[in-house]
Design a protein around this ligand. Structure first.
Ligand code: SAH
Ligand code: SF4
Ligand code: F3S
Length: 488
């Protein structure tokens, strides 16, 4: 991350008539400056500032990447909007399940019809889906109106690719198979002024047998702790009170650093940052969750009382097939230990139904874990076959009716246990970070408790970004309604 003022000072000294520098960061600054002249040209042609819209699919990691794209687009001279009517539309895609891909294809047709009306409109595709060869082939064949395609490993090159898009009439495609590069200090435009995600690591080495992420995000690599701390300090100076440390498996943070450091140690360093109020992180793999981490969470004033601990399945037999490397008993033991040490914690989870070979008995095991752990929430997904993963080649794919029945039963159990679990806070006064105005009712504000539960209460927009005490009056399943409590 770099401030607008610092960047401006550097850009002033860059000569775009000279060849582009070789240093990764400087090179992109050079192309930011260069892209400004292209955007300016377009502005003169249109008689107004060109607009740009970045649509994000998928996880928090993609959301953070989109903020990086927006930071560059803003520096290039675009006005960022939420409407896909914009002069430049970027889809930052996800491919974790097939329905994410289908949504992208569906919406591309719609973008094409808009492009026919606005010939200056540009369309770019990036993100995880673009790391798959079959996707690129399909776009080259059937979606030829796309102007720019890049992947997850070269997103830092976006200024350079933006210039290439302006300089070429044909589709520009740049996909890397993998990278060990981590490029720091590019501009970022945050969606929220009071909270932010921060990448602490990229990629994944776990190869759960159903999952495509390791193939599209590459090998695990951790950012240097000094860069992470510096970024958070800058964010806090800029008004951020809550941060979320992001990685596919934060519990294995630091293993590949020159001076290895554990995730628990990193958290202790982050805790020291003055002015920072709340720390969250995503995601924790149960197999790597250490006693040190539990201890650090327990003693922390800033780490939120929430742990997202993906279960995926409750049957040890299925877990083995999934290559999760823990058993049902180990998961239950871990969840019990966490709840014993940190009684006010909320546990949430991810569950997959319909993994190859999964029977109703296996589903019963999953239901048993849900009942015993009592998650505050669980995201339940129907297994989606991802080409190239080991599970896709397994022969015993589960028939649709069986999946449907299992899914409904799991969902019902989750709803019942979550309602009971969430309602335990009824009547308490807890601190909420006010996030936004309620979409349905403008007299209500929406806040988030430390344990990630949402509460709606009367208030006004001046509260956004503030921590306020809220009385939790009525539980409605996964969320509460309440009112601001008098502090005296
Ligand atoms: N790194 C995280 C998960 C990232 S993907 C972790 O290990 O916890 C988010 C969720 O998508 C996963 O937890 C899993 O429940 C789900 N998921 C991944 N691959 C899937 C597939 N092929 N079909 C259905 N759900 C899948
Ligand atoms: Fe996928 Fe497993 Fe890595 Fe999570 S830990 S991203 S589920 S391979
Ligand atoms: Fe999707 Fe990529 Fe995230 S596949 S879930 S956007 S890492």
């Amino acid at each position: 991350m770099i401030s607008k003022e610092e960047l401006e000072q550097i850009l002033e000294k860059i000569n775009v008539s000279a060849p582009a520098p070789a240093d990764d960061t400087l090179r992109q600054y050079y192309f930011i400056k260069k892209s400004r002249s292209y955007v300016k040209e377009l502005e003169e042609k249109l008689g107004r500032k060109p607009t740009c819209c970045v649509t994000t699919f998928g996880c928090q990691m993609n959301a953070r990447d989109s903020e990086k794209l927006c930071g560059i687009l803003e520096e290039a001279g675009y006005e960022i909007t939420d409407s896909e009517e914009a002069d430049f539309v970027i889809y930052n895609t996800c491919t974790v399940r097939d329905n994410a891909n289908q949504r992208v294809y569906g919406r591309l047709g719609f973008l094409n019809s808009m492009k026919k009306k606005n010939p200056d409109k540009k369309i770019a595709l990036c993100g995880c889906m673009m790391q798959e060869n079959s996707v690129i082939e399909k776009i080259k064949k059937s979606y030829r109106f796309v102007d720019l395609i890049f992947g997850t490993h070269n997103i830092f090159k976006f200024p350079e690719l933006l210039c290439a898009m302006f300089e070429n009439d044909r589709m520009v495609i740049d996909i890397w198979q993998d990278t060990d590069k981590i490029v720091e200090d590019l501009p970022v435009e945050r969606k929220y002024f009071y909270k932010s995600g921060i990448n602490i690591m990229f990629g994944c080495n776990n190869f759960c047998s159903y999952c495509i992420v390791p193939y599209v995000r590459g090998r695990e690599r951790s950012r240097n702790p000094r860069d992470i701390i510096r970024e958070i300090e800058n964010l806090v100076a800029d008004g951020v009170v809550e941060i979320m440390l992001l990685g596919q498996n934060v519990n294995s943070y630091g293993k590949n650093l020159e001076e290895p450091m554990s995730f628990a140690q990193l958290l202790q360093e982050v805790e020291k940052i003055e002015g920072l109020k709340r720390i969250r992180f995503m995601t924790s793999h149960p197999k790597d969750l250490s006693d040190d981490l539990i201890e650090v969470m327990k003693n922390s004033k800033k780490i939120c009382r929430h742990l997202h601990l993906p279960l995926q399945a409750g049957s040890s037999r299925i877990l083995k097939q999934m290559n999760r490397r823990y058993t049902k008993e180990q998961y239950l033991e871990l969840a019990e230990k966490i709840k014993r040490e940190i009684p006010d914690i909320s546990l949430t989870t991810d569950i997959i139904v319909g993994f190859p070979g999964e029977t109703m008995e296996d589903i019963e095991e999953t239901i048993d874990v849900i009942r015993r752990v009592k998650f505050d929430n669980a995201f339940t997904f129907i297994y989606s076959k991802r080409t190239g993963t080991p599970a896709a080649a397994m022969e015993n794919q589960v028939p649709e009716e069986v999946v449907k029945e299992g899914f409904d039963r799991v969902l019902k159990t989750v709803q019942d246990t979550a309602r009971e679990q969430v309602s335990r806070l009824q009547g308490q006064v807890l601190e909420a970070l006010v996030e936004e105005q309620n979409e349905q009712d403008a007299s209500l504000m929406t806040g988030r408790l430390s344990n990630n539960t949402i509460v709606h209460f009367p208030g006004d927009v001046s509260l956004i970004g503030k921590l306020v005490p809220v009385r939790l009056e009525e539980c409605h399943g996964f969320y509460y309604t309440g009112s601001i409590a008098n502090e005296n």
